[in-house]
Design a protein around this ligand. Structure first.
Ligand code: AMP
Ligand code: MN
Ligand code: MN
Ligand code: MN
Length: 277
């Protein structure tokens, strides 16, 4: 058996709906999964309100992935076992996701200004039930419309930070994210530290009251895993890991179950008593 504590659904920028993801996890024989959509817990709410969470087939850890504000670096923080109906958390998430909608319009306008054939309505159609619209949705439409061969090319040319169509979005500060996760009863885990590209900053965040670090991650090589495990030990952090599954064939991993972690790591995060009934 194996587990995956970092996965996205259609409620942010993933391809599979939460029920499809759970079915795929069951099919792959996963024991623990965490649904960690960007800035929203609506995917888990959706499962719960349709009687699909808790699930008989796989142990689901309710999760979220926050993007934190930082002038230079991309910092993402995972929250596990948060109360999906927590008012304070919900209010702040609404503010963050609302701001994503106006930012998306601004980005589409910029792209149009550069002559790219893209309409808001196309992105909205593709985004479907997403509560958290992102650059991924815009990139997919650009590829669909033949502007770029791959999503990566769309990012490299137009959408990455510093590229012409990039617009920053409203993000909470690291400290507030950690506080909100705790207030909602969850544990805070620093996501994919390597992608921060600044280990001194990673160490700084380790000292801000987080409980864990995402050690196992597709882009972490053996050396990275070793270094971050030592760091986790130094700051007495729990070890987490996941595939960052989005469900798109061109983005690794293309299938659920291709990148997993040992169950024992995931089990340490699982709080069955937190399951709503
Ligand atoms: P946003 O939250 O709107 O800034 O969009 C960030 C999302 O875009 C991430 O969650 C990734 O899924 C995706 N993303 C970021 N950079 C790249 C890239 N270089 N290639 C493909 N997808 C990316
Ligand atoms: Mn994403
Ligand atoms: Mn991330
Ligand atoms: Mn992610």
């Amino acid at each position: 058996m194996s587990s995956d504590l970092h996965m996205h659904t259609t409620f942010s920028d993933g391809k599979l709906s939460p029920e499809e993801l759970v079915a795929a996890a069951k099919h792959a024989g996963l024991r623990y999964i965490s649904i960690t959509d960007h800035d929203t817990v609506e995917g888990i709410v959706h499962l719960y309100e349709n009687g699909l969470y808790p699930s008989r087939s796989v142990n689901i850890i309710p999760g979220i992935e926050f993007s934190a504000h930082h002038p230079l670096h991309e910092i993402h923080i995972l929250g596990y076992n948060i109360d999906i109906y927590h008012r304070g958390l919900g209010d702040r998430l609404n503010e963050v996701t609302e701001a994503r909608w106006s930012r998306f319009s601004e980005m589409v306008e910029k792209l149009q200004g550069y002559g790219y054939p893209i309409r808001e309505s196309e992105v909205l159609k593709l985004a479907g039930s997403s509560k958290s619209i992102s650059r991924s949705h815009i990139a997919r439409v650009l590829v669909k419309n033949g502007c770029f061969p791959t999503i990566r090319d769309a990012f490299d040319t137009m959408l990455e930070k510093g590229k012409p169509a990039y617009v920053p979005h409203y993000r909470l500060e690291v400290d507030e994210i950690i506080r909100l996760i705790h207030e909602a009863g969850g544990v805070a885990v620093l996501a994919h530290p390597k992608l921060i590209k600044d280990d001194a900053l990673v160490e700084e965040i380790c000292q801000k009251g987080i409980e864990g670090m995402e050690i196992f991650y597709p882009q972490h090589d053996e050396e990275d895993v070793k270094r971050y495990r030592a760091m986790a030990e130094k700051y007495q952090l729990m070890v987490s890991g996941g595939s960052d599954f989005h469900g798109y064939p061109t983005r690794y991993p293309p299938e659920v179950g291709m990148f997993t972690i040992e169950d024992s790591w995931a089990e340490a995060f699982y709080r069955p008593e937190k399951n709503l009934n």
